[in-house]
Design a protein around this ligand. Structure first.
Ligand SMILES: [Zn+2]
Length: 591
């Protein structure tokens, strides 16, 4: 038995491909039956009938969750396996057909709620209260059925195509770079790996080559970005969104005053991040960091390697020290072999945790190479798993549509628990420095660097409102201004870095405007929670459990209020900054 390979057989009654295909067919035909039974009737429903419908939708999703997950995970673990390819393809087609069959529910539910908004408060529907409120918030911005279809079909060759073009362009490019006297031609996915190379010159050269090449096609990028933004402005008009951020606020279940308090806290505290960057320059024995040094490893990093067993031990202990039950859930993930960590050809890159709601558990994929980063990834994904264990025991599937602001709570909190554990058990100052820089690098990127992207996105829309034409040079000006607001003069930027905006995938993704602040939210929120944990000790544990058990049954604002915090106040967010300051102090004391 290979401990580093997951056991997916628990997801299905039989792993026979014919059985799997038959189950997928059953899912499609059951969705057709639901359509036949309910279509046209939702608009007239009373609270009791609506409850029956929503409950049966939840039961339906639980019934077929395992088989759909099985196909998806089998393929993620080895995309070159022909059986996995066939099953994954069958699953995707089945899901699409099921989605088409059930699309009427959202639409008719919207119509029902707009004609009878008081139904959301009916006592029979208490369990669905917040989900219905969220739906109600979207309703005034829905277009008619025909208009929605028209938008979708025009988007296919419009904004969807711009995003496709950006992705295709990047993934088919190759870049020439000379390393150790040898010229290499690398695809984009590989050359960006050199950004974290231990050799400073290699990092600098990789950055210069990539952004020089991207800048040469500025006309392509600016046309794409201009079109995506103009489309958004137009759709805001059609959908009567009061601001360019409304769509994002609704999907993240937050209000504008929260985001304002959060971003203002960041602006007020840029010196905290700059202080860290100056310390890092000292650790790297440089007068100043270059942009190619910001996330670089330290020259004295001992590069400690962890075996699978050592990693597991550290992570289990870190969680157990916080809470026995957390530790038990993590052990359960290992004992039942729900983690795929083996490095394998054909496995998807990166890492993820997939909630298995029906099994009240989760599955994790990662490629474990024994670096400290891999131990962090394991702790991160297991934090998601704990979220899944608690949430699936306390909620129904309708209340587990967790938005980006809260989704990273368990995972980032787990990383901080691991940090505490590694700091306590590390044998040298160099090891401690490496751990602290790992945490602070990530904090800096998620809280501050991402904030620059948020300021940039606002600047784009302000420029459009002011009637300015967004060409490559103007967009680059807006980019560097937003960037400098965060970094000031503590970092030296290659001139080519003015083209950095060109490769930020999210800016080109259709209907995904202002994707960025949830990362800032999650990072500061968890740092603030961790600070409270240090202040309150064990009293904090049940509060953290309540938060992770709540799923999406309440908004982030309500969840924070239950913990005694007001997320519309800058004082709360400042706690997160204070915790980062604490880590920076610890690092400074090691110098
Ligand atoms: Zn995550």
């Amino acid at each position: 038995m290979n401990e580093m390979k997951w056991d997916l057989s628990q997801l299905v009654e039989s792993t026979d491909p014919d059985h799997i295909i038959a189950r997928l067919e059953e899912m499609v035909s059951e969705s057709a039956t639901i359509k036949k039974h309910y279509q046209g009737k939702i608009v007239e429903m009373d609270a009791a009938n609506l409850f029956t419908l929503l409950e049966s939708r939840d039961n339906f999703s639980l019934k077929y969750e395992g088989v759909a997950m099985y196909c998806n995970l089998l393929y993620s673990a080895n995309s070159t396996n022909p059986v996995a390819q066939q099953l994954n393809d069958a699953m995707r087609r089945a899901i699409l057909r099921m989605g088409q069959n059930l699309a009427f529910i959202e639409l008719e539910l919207g119509q029902l709620l707009s004609s009878k908004p008081e139904i959301t408060d009916a006592s029979e529907l208490e369990e669905f209260h917040h989900m219905l409120k969220r739906t109600l918030r979207r309703v005034p911005h829905q277009l008619s059925e025909v208009e929605e279809q028209l938008v979708m079909s025009k988007d296919q060759n419009g904004i969807d195509a711009w995003s496709q073009l950006q992705g295709d362009w990047l993934s088919t490019r190759t870049f020439r770079i000379i390393i150790d006297g040898e010229e290499k031609e690398l695809p984009y996915g590989q050359i960006i790996g050199l950004y974290e190379d231990p050799r400073r010159e290699v990092r600098r050269e990789a950055n210069r080559i990539v952004y020089d090449a991207l800048g040469k096609d500025a006309i392509l990028w600016s046309t794409a970005l201009r079109s995506v933004c103009a489309d958004h402005v137009q759709m805001c008009d059609w959908r009567k969104y009061p601001s360019v951020m409304t769509q994002s606020l609704i999907s993240n279940d937050v209000e504008e005053d929260t985001v304002r308090a959060l971003m203002h806290t960041i602006e007020k505290n840029v010196e905290t991040y700059r202080r860290y960057l100056s310390l890092k320059a000292k650790l790297m024995r440089l007068p100043k960091l270059g942009n190619w040094d910001i996330i670089a490893p330290l020259p004295d990093d001992p590069g400690k390697k962890y075996s699978w067993q050592e990693s597991k031990k550290n992570v289990v202990e870190a969680y157990t020290q916080f809470d026995q039950q957390f530790g038990k859930y993590v052990e359960d993930m290992f004992d039942r072999r729900h983690i795929d960590a083996e490095v394998r050809h054909g496995k998807v890159s990166g890492a993820f945790c997939a909630t298995w709601f029906d099994g009240q558990s989760a599955y994790i994929l990662q490629s474990f190479n024994g670096l400290v980063g891999d131990v962090y990834t394991q702790a991160h994904e297991l934090g998601h798993a704990i979220h899944a264990y608690l949430g699936s025991r306390a909620q129904r599937p309708s209340n587990y549509e967790i938005g980006s602001c809260i989704a990273e709570c368990g995972s980032t909190f787990g990383e901080l628990l691991l940090t505490e554990h590694l700091l306590t058990n590390s044998s040298s100052d160099d090891e401690k420095k490496a751990v602290l820089c790992k945490v602070l690098d990530e904090f800096g990127m998620a809280a501050f660097q991402v904030s620059a992207r948020y300021f940039f996105e606002h600047a784009l829309y302000d420029a459009i409102k002011a009637g300015r034409f967004l060409d490559g040079e103007l967009i680059s000006d807006l980019w560097t201004n937003s960037r400098d607001k965060i970094y000031g003069s503590v970092v030296e930027w290659l001139p080519e870095m003015k083209w950095e905006w060109t490769m930020k995938l999210h800016y080109y993704i259709p209907n995904y405007r202002f994707y960025n602040y949830p990362y800032v939210f999650a990072q500061l929120f968890v740092f603030a929670l961790y600070r409270v944990y240090l202040e309150q000790g064990k009293d904090f544990v049940p509060k953290m459990k309540a938060l992770l058990s709540a799923g999406s049954s309440r908004s982030p604002r309500e969840l924070a209020a239950e913990l005694g915090f007001d997320i519309t106040s800058e004082d709360f967010w400042q706690k997160g900054i204070d915790q980062a300051e604490e880590f920076i102090d610890q690092l400074e004391s090691l110098l």
